[in-house]
Design a protein around this ligand. Structure first.
Ligand SMILES: *[C@@H]1O[C@H](CO)[C@@H](O)[C@H](O)[C@H]1NC(C)=O
Ligand SMILES: *[C@@H]1O[C@H](CO)[C@@H](O)[C@H](O)[C@H]1NC(C)=O
Ligand SMILES: *[C@@H]1O[C@H](CO)[C@@H](O)[C@H](O)[C@H]1NC(C)=O
Ligand SMILES: *[C@@H]1O[C@H](CO)[C@@H](O)[C@H](O)[C@H]1NC(C)=O
Ligand SMILES: *[C@@H]1O[C@H](CO)[C@@H](O)[C@H](O)[C@H]1NC(C)=O
Ligand SMILES: *[C@@H]1O[C@H](CO)[C@@H](O)[C@H](O)[C@H]1NC(C)=O
Ligand SMILES: [Zn+2]
Length: 935
């Protein structure tokens, strides 16, 4: 509509946990409000989101849906209503209503002031039944003498999930009003919004109602709390006691501006509290009794980086939770496996996860809560930041782990696989690209988290960590309790660059826009003969078409660190052109080599002339420690990926692994196993697999690995040991399968005393199930049902997918749709485990195709696990036939849609096409390489 048409845009959620049953009453309430769209002039009216149950909200006759599509208004019109105060009351009911539903009732009152005249109010609202007031869904009241224009129409937009209020005339600039609504919603069991879940305690099934903020896509952005009442019934005296305890934690800080929006979580339950607490002694830890073991302390976490104090939150582990964790202000909620650690059951991987997730959520208290981005299109800055700081926080808590070294493998190489596709996307979207809940859900992907972290790490490295910190602190200080766009961060970093006189080829914005506004990353190629250096957009399939235009023509400003063997010192070069020539890169001498991207601080891949590649391989074969450990992993990973894109020969890539017999470090091994994993996926249903399993070229991969725990006590050492056992058992090395069987039988004879070291349990359970009988499967299933520690239950659940019996796997897939057997939160990861098994893959694919509509409706159209599901089940696809099936699947379900899996499906199609070509072109060479004895 015309100018003067104003919009408010909010996503919201109210969620609550309610316990049924005499003892186990859990009540949690978290109110999560987001998100204004337009700077300084947004209207955030609270909306109450209930479950996306199958019952859509129904517009009444008085609110006949209009043809107006608020979506096109939101993108262009400045917003004009400023929220001042929110009051939300929620009342969950502990018994089913007459129609057999668990419901909650609630009302909300929002006071806001009018900044710019407007006659339209939009509020995000999802599946709530509003109680009509004078024929409208809401009512509007004057405040302090203001008198609002009459409402002419209210209606619900299903696509964008707006409640729209059309007024007869404009609200008056400078006046305040309040919007009042009352509603009912369903407490379903779908892990979205307000939901209920079940758990078994002392043999009794409890039905708590659980809260999840992931419905606003895992991250809250601005959450607005008004006030709340939590009606505790006579069963829950203890619950109300806990409620007050927790409320006191998240009360407003007196420094907060009075109107400051406060993300909030509230919980009342008989949960236990334990653990050492955080180092600053504020946050406590909470979980269902008997589920919590150890809660670890990630030290200052983000606090060491970000000095502005924020209140440290309580940490709560919930029995059912879709996301990993949710950073509500004052009350961070976690999936149990992301908070609870028990040394008797948890592996080093579980421990790493707990430490990093806590550090991640704490980082969000600054980045996300204290300062909030304006709209979801810039989500990457929040998530990338938290994903980067999670390593810094974990490092300060556990310096002996050297966890920062893992970032290259866990974040950068992981995301480069996706970002090398023509169907990737930039870190930053346009605001207009992100409108619907499914689109919002989809932006929570590896690009936002892992590329975000990688690019911020690159920035921190070329600025130095001290200057980076200074800039962050200045940014956080300037925008506390406010909203930003990513440019605001560049501005504050630029100030530091100017103050500290840091030499850069152009401004921070000039550099960073290249990395955030265009997708992908460059391959930097140097020729050590003539010193030429050039860049080019790295695409896994060089023949794919990039449809997304880029203002920068897919060229980057690249911080290239480099060293030569002769000097051994790191140097810096800025590549600002498509190509350049510099004598710096000329290498003379028979053994001298050039190495680019030291410690892989830059987000790019590197290619060399053949001669330099050969020299690097020779160095690996003779004295590999002359090359930094992260770069030894880089040489392997870059080579395999360059070979996949046909920039180098596949045998060169394979040859990077032949020195591994001497390698004792985790990262190079991990890079090799990861890349050979791709070969396994491509060939484990073909004639190449036999020769690959027994190849004389790779004798070191399996039998030698278990021999030593190379770096005793270090995290990398533990991971090496896990890799060794898991690789050896997967390859069927007899010593390994026998070891596994012996351990397993010992356990079966005395189930209450598990002799298997926690680090090795996943591999040993899997091997035992793979080689074992139906009775073994049943035993593990029973242990899974009885498991009280979630770290243990998770290991058993994924091991159950290792069976080689199609009928057992088929039955297990069916269990995934039965929440009494497999919790909804675990359904997609269980299907993923089955799909990863070569026997289970086609079963899982049939299952997903056959049940897509059910999965989609029951497991939440917005749930972000769909992208993982599509990615895993299609990862072996490498034939025309499979491509056709995938295209058919896309066509068949076009009406249902793919929600957060939409982009993953496009990427799966692209990857399948690339795989088809790769297999056709490389199969013979690979077979020959594996069959030939190394020289
Ligand atoms: C939205 O856009 C469509 C087509 O561009 C237009 O017909 C419609 O009037 C617009 N709606 C509003 C509310 O501006
Ligand atoms: C209010 O509206 C005027 C005129 O349309 C516009 O110039 C101004 O930027 C708006 N102010 C805000 C805060 O949106
Ligand atoms: C909201 O509900 C509470 C509890 O039922 C009630 O006390 C309060 O008056 C209601 N507020 C509004 C604005 O309806
Ligand atoms: C909402 O209204 C629909 C249609 O009347 C009804 O089927 C549904 O049960 C209601 N939901 C709740 C939670 O009251
Ligand atoms: C992109 O290419 C166009 C046409 O070749 C050119 O005009 C423009 O300057 C280039 N932009 C950049 C950032 O290199
Ligand atoms: C590279 O990383 C290693 C391991 O983290 C570290 O010891 C070394 O100092 C780093 N080298 C450079 C040049 O930053
Ligand atoms: Zn996060």
């Amino acid at each position: 509509m015309a100018a003067g048409f104003f919009v408010s845009k909010t996503l919201g959620i109210v969620s609550m946990i309610l316990g049924l049953g005499a003892v186990a009453t859990i009540i949690a309430l978290s109110v999560v409000y987001s998100q204004e769209k337009e700077k300084n002039a947004a209207t955030l009216l609270p909306s109450i989101t209930s479950t996306p149950a199958t019952t859509p909200s129904k517009a009444t006759p008085a609110t006949t849906p209009s043809k107006a599509t608020p979506a096109n208004v939101t993108n262009t019109t400045p917003l004009s209503l400023i929220p001042e105060h929110y009051a939300v009351t929620l009342q969950p009911f502990l018994t089913k209503d007459a129609s057999g539903l668990y419901i909650f009732k609630g009302n909300s009152t929002v006071r806001f002031s009018c900044q710019n005249a407007t006659d339209l109010i939009l509020i995000h609202s999802k599946q709530l039944n509003y109680t009509e007031q004078s024929g409208f869904l809401v009512s509007l009241q004057g405040v302090s003498g203001s008198s609002p224009p009459p409402i002419t129409k209210t209606w619900l937009e299903t696509q964008t999930q707006y409640l729209v209020v059309q007024l007869q005339g404009p609200l008056e600039t400078g006046k305040s009003y309040q919007l009042v609504s009352s509603f009912t919603g369903e407490l379903a069991d779908d892990l979205a919004g307000f939901y209920r879940s079940e758990y078994v305690e002392d043999g009794v099934t409890r039905v708590p109602l659980t809260s999840d903020a992931s419905d606003v896509r895992h991250d809250s952005y601005r959450h607005f709390l008004l006030s709340h009442t939590c009606e505790a019934n006579s069963n829950s005296v203890r619950a109300s006691h806990r409620l007050s305890a927790l409320l006191s934690v998240r009360q407003r800080d007196s420094r907060d501006p009075p109107e400051a929006p406060l993300p909030c979580g509230v919980l009342c339950s008989p949960m236990g509290s334990g653990g050492s607490g955080l180092s600053h002694g504020v946050g406590g830890f909470w979980a269902v009794p008997r589920r919590w073991g150890f809660s670890c302390s990630p030290g200052g976490g983000g606090a060491t980086l970000l000095t502005r104090p924020v209140p440290l939150p309580d940490q709560v582990a919930l029995p059912d939770f879709n996301a990993g964790a949710m950073e509500n202000w004052g009350l961070v909620t976690y999936r149990e496996n992301s908070l609870l650690y028990d040394p008797l059951f948890s592996s080093v991987g579980n421990k790493e996860r707990v430490v990093t997730v806590i550090a991640h959520e704490l980082a969000h208290q600054w980045f996300g809560n204290l300062v909030t981005l304006r709209w979801w299109n810039d989500l990457w800055l929040n998530e990338g930041f938290a994903s980067y700081v999670e390593y810094l926080g974990a490092d300060s808590a556990e310096p002996s782990w050297h966890i920062k070294d893992l970032i290259v493998q866990s974040e950068m190489y992981r995301v480069m696989k996706v970002d090398a596709l023509a169907s990737s996307h930039p870190l930053s979207f346009l605001e207009s690209e992100i409108n619907t809940p499914a689109q919002i859900s989809e932006v929570f992907d590896a690009i936002a988290y892992s590329k975000g972290a990688s690019v911020l790490r690159m920035l921190s490295e070329f600025l130095t960590e001290d200057s980076f910190k200074k800039g962050l602190q200045s940014y956080l200080h300037a925008f506390s309790y406010g909203n930003t766009v990513y440019d605001d961060l560049w501005t504050h970093l630029q100030k530091v660059v100017d103050e500290d006189k840091i030499q850069l080829p152009t401004t921070i914005k000039g550099i960073m826009d290249r990395w955030t506004l265009q997708m992908g990353f460059p391959m930097v190629t140097v020729n050590t003969k003539n010193g030429s250096i050039s860049q080019r957009h790295f695409l896994l399939d060089t023949e794919s078409t990039v449809e997304r235009p880029s203002a920068f023509n897919y060229t980057w400003i690249v911080p290239v660190t480099w060293m030569k063997q002769q000097d051994g010192a790191e140097q810096m070069y800025w590549l600002t052109e498509t190509s350049a020539t510099n004598q710096l890169f000329v290498v003379t001498g028979a053994s001298n080599w050039l190495l680019l991207n030291i410690n892989v601080t830059g987000y790019f891949r590197v290619n060399y002339d053949q001669d330099n590649w050969n020299k690097l391989l020779t160095e690996l074969g003779t004295s590999h420690e002359a090359i930094p450990v992260i770069n030894r992993a880089q040489i392997i990973d870059d080579a395999f990926n360059l070979a996949r894109a046909k920039h180098i020969n596949i045998t060169l890539a394979l040859n990077t692994t032949t020195y591994l017999g001497k390698e004792r470090e985790y990262l190079p091994w991990s890079a090799a196993l990861d890349n050979l994993g791709y070969f396994r996926l491509m060939f484990d249903r073909s004639e190449v697999y036999g020769p690959m399993q027994v190849s004389p070229r790779l004798p070191q991969v399996s039998p030698r690995l278990p021999q030593a725990r190379w770096i005793a006590g270090s995290m990398a050492g533990w991971y090496n040991e896990i890799n060794a056992i898991s690789t050896a058992c997967t390859q069927g090395v007899p010593e390994c399968t026998q070891l596994a069987a012996a351990f397993f039988n010992q356990w079966k004879q005395n189930p209450s005393n598990n002799p298997i070291p926690p680090n090795l349990r996943s591999s040993i359970y899997c091997s035992a199930i793979e080689t074992g009988s139906e009775a073994d499967w049943d035993f593990v299933w029973q242990m899974f049902k009885n498991a009280t520690v979630v770290a243990e239950a998770d290991k058993l659940r994924s091991a159950l997918a290792c069976s080689k019996e199609p009928w057992i796997l088929k039955r297990y897939l069916e269990y995934c749709l039965d929440p009494s057997k497999i919790r909804k939160q675990d359904a997609t990861s269980t299907i993923n485990s089955i799909a990863s098994n070569v026997v289970g893959q086609s079963l899982a694919w049939d299952f997903i195709r056959g049940n897509w509509k059910t999965l989609f409706s029951q497991y939440g159209g917005g749930s972000f696990s769909f992208s993982g599901l599509i990615q895993v089940v299609t990862q072996r696809f490498a034939s025309e036939f499979e491509l056709q099936q995938l295209e058919q699947f896309k066509a068949d379900n076009a009406d249902v849609g793919f929600g957060s899996g939409t982009r993953a499906l496009e990427q799966a199609l692209e990857k399948t096409k690339a795989n088809i070509k790769w297999v056709a072109e490389n199969k013979e060479t690979v077979l020959t390489w594996f069959e030939t004895a190394s020289s």
